[in-house]
Design a protein around this ligand. Structure first.
Ligand code: G3P
Length: 214
């Protein structure tokens, strides 16, 4: 399973990259807005830090606007993956730009039938938002399970990128289901390494080591 960081904060991205486990980055308009910086400037800086896929989301809502933005972002760096919303216009734009060889991440996916359409449109990645589904008393991981099953059945090459990850259990479940990628906030990436028994065990080892004759 690949790990992406879901952030546009350069300091956070550098910290995650220093762990040596980072395969890519996903951003969205809300995450970019939090940085208070111009989008393209942030995007290029991220591409210099992480040599892997970096998702950049379009703002247009029509096919033509989305395609124009997709071409512009894709021309900035070979690692840029254009993020398009799962709307009828977004699917049309996905089809157009994927035929041109532009990598795409179809976002705001909340159901398996939506994911089926994204795969048929030629998406490189599909992003089911598990946390936001859980927030409305749905089961985000059920949707991921359905998508993985459908993609396997029809051998779609579209990769399942589990998004809106809120805690380590989302990552565990995604891995058990065979999802290709989990994109996580820095907090969750750090939580993955944490266990109280590891901390307590290390403390005890270091304490006992003091008894070893020097
Ligand atoms: O990048 C899309 C997704 O990961 C957003 O997550 O926590 O805002 O639902 P969240």
């Amino acid at each position: 399973m690949k790990f992406f960081i879901d952030s546009a904060d350069v300091a956070e991205i550098k910290e995650a990259a220093s762990m040596g486990l980072l395969d890519g980055v996903t951003t969205n308009p809300s995450l970019v807005a939090k940085t208070g910086r111009p989008f393209k400037e942030v995007l290029l800086e991220i591409c210099d830090i992480v040599r892997g896929p970096v998702s950049a989301e379009v703002i247009g809502t029509t096919h033509d606007d989305m395609v124009a933005e997709a071409r512009e972002y894709a021309a900035l760096n070979d690692n840029i993956v254009v993020k398009l919303p799962l709307t009828p216009e977004g699917l049309k734009a996905t089809r157009t730009v994927s035929r041109e060889g532009i990598q795409t991440n179809v976002t705001l996916c909340f159901s398996a039938p939506q994911a089926l359409l994204a795969a048929k449109a030629g998406a490189t990645y599909i992003s089911p938002f598990v946390g936001r589904l859980d927030d409305v008393s749905d089961d985000g991981m059920n949707v991921v399970a359905d998508i993985v099953e459908i993609y396997r059945t029809y051998e779609f090459p579209t990769q399942v990128l589990v998004a809106s990850v809120r805690h380590p259990m989302h990552v565990l479940e995604a891995a058990k289901l065979g999802a290709d990628v989990s994109t996580c906030p820095l907090k969750v990436l750090l939580q993955l390494a944490k266990h109280p028994l590891t901390d307590a065990g290390l403390e005890k080892f270091l304490e006992d080591w003091k008894q070893v004759p020097k």
